[in-house]
Design a protein around this ligand. Structure first.
Ligand SMILES: *[C@@H]1O[C@H](CO)[C@@H](O)[C@H](O)[C@H]1NC(C)=O
Ligand SMILES: *[C@@H]1O[C@H](CO)[C@@H](O)[C@H](O)[C@H]1NC(C)=O
Ligand SMILES: *[C@@H]1O[C@H](CO)[C@@H](O)[C@H](O)[C@H]1NC(C)=O
Length: 348
């Protein structure tokens, strides 16, 4: 686990402190999030044409992506290895459990990758039921009693239709009772907080009794996340339910961030960044995420995907998706598979 929010690291430190005193070298031993991308001939982990129902936004090969280098990179942590995904082991360990991804289309991106990782390595006679009810799509792997769903919620906090219009309520979460029923929750929100004009799905924004036309979006994001953090603190029994928050998924529209000034999208990118550092630095939103998580009293793990994803300017659909330039989402197969390897490593 990475840095402070993980869990395993602190145990290691305490253990060393009790046993032998020196605590300085204990922590970095297994930071799965510190590393680099290496070429690996055995990748990708599956053939995306064998995975049904990939959303058109993510199915890059189907929409004609010619350069397939992006499939050939494996995340190599500096001081340890990230275990390869093992579908049977994952489903066996998770037997009887319900897993839910909650958030915007980036959550759906990760859920679809998880579906492909599982479906393409199970025997064809496996019984997998998929159904969509309200905002939730659920796949149930009947042979293992495991269900994996995705709940679409752009902001985690509510948008309510009122007389004045659609109100984004920064201090209200009304879907929590559905989320709480699960054994594993993976939250994410960020993409929609800066949407304006026609793409903005609300007319007013509210905190307490204060209703506004607009406000500083980063402050709004922080308010919303704090509401979510309070909800976890008061509503989640973390003995029963394991909670993850997914770090910010970085878009690539500003070449300055990767030392190509003047470049305004990911269209020509065919290789990851070399090494472990990203010139663009840590996104402000990620700092807000880490700040909110550090103040939460319940154990919540950060799925710290930001840096390793920043290095993957090559892994977006670009124009190979049938609707326009997309340097926000990620091809499946591709980078989200690594997010799921990290999730699996944290769970199994
Ligand atoms: C997330 O990972 C990056 C890169 O390894 C690291 O610099 C940062 O401290 C990590 N954040 C947390 C909260 O662990
Ligand atoms: C779906 O939403 C409707 C309307 O909000 C609600 O009445 C119904 O119980 C929901 N169904 C499920 C299975 O949650
Ligand atoms: C990447 O970095 C390594 C080590 O710093 C170096 O040996 C290698 O040549 C670099 N590769 C590219 C493509 O720049």
């Amino acid at each position: 686990m990475g840095g402070g929010i993980g869990g395993r690291c602190w145990c290691t430190i305490i253990l060393f402190a009790l046993v032998s005193g020196p605590i300085s070298y204990a922590c970095d031993a297994c930071d799965l999030y510190q590393g680099r991308w290496v070429y690996d001939e055995s990748y990708p982990l599956y053939d995306s044409s064998k995975c049904p129902h990939i959303r058109r936004e993510f199915d890059c090969i189907k929409y004609g992506r010619p350069n397939l280098n992006y499939l050939k990179f494996r995340w190599q942590p500096t001081n340890c290895n990230l275990p390869r995904f093992n579908a049977k082991e994952f489903l066996t360990k998770m037997s009887g459990k319900k897993i839910m991804f909650i958030g915007d289309s980036v959550s759906e991106n990760q859920w679809q990758s998880m579906m492909c990782l599982l479906r393409t390595s199970l025997p064809p006679q496996s019984i997998i039921n998929e159904q969509t009810v309200n905002s939730t799509t659920t796949a149930t792997f009947e042979d293992y009693g495991v269900s994996i769903s995705v709940f679409l919620s752009h902001y985690l906090v509510d948008i309510v239709e009122e007389k004045i219009g659609r109100v984004l309520k920064l201090d209200s979460i009304s879907n929590g009772d559905v989320w709480k029923e699960n054994d594993v929750l993976i939250f994410n929100t960020w993409l929609w907080w800066y949407r304006r004009g026609e793409k903005q799905p609300w007319d007013y924004i509210q905190i307490g009794t204060n209703i506004m036309r607009d406000m500083d979006r980063m402050v709004a994001f922080q308010e919303g996340l704090n509401t979510w953090a309070n909800w976890v603190n008061t509503e989640i029994d973390t003995e029963k339910t394991t909670v993850f928050f997914q770090g910010v998924s970085p878009p690539h529209y500003n070449g300055l961030e990767w030392n190509e000034p003047g470049v305004t999208n990911c269209a020509k990118e065919t290789l990851p960044m070399n090494g472990s550092t990203y010139p663009g630095g840590v996104p402000r939103a990620e700092m807000v995420v880490e700040q909110v998580l550090s103040g939460i009293t319940k154990p919540v793990s950060l799925l710290n995907i930001t840096r390793l994803s920043q290095l993957r300017k090559d892994a977006h659909p670009g124009r190979f998706n049938n609707f326009g330039m997309d340097c926000t989402h990620w091809c499946v197969a591709g980078l989200p598979d690594t997010w799921n390897l990290l999730l699996s490593a944290a769970l199994v």
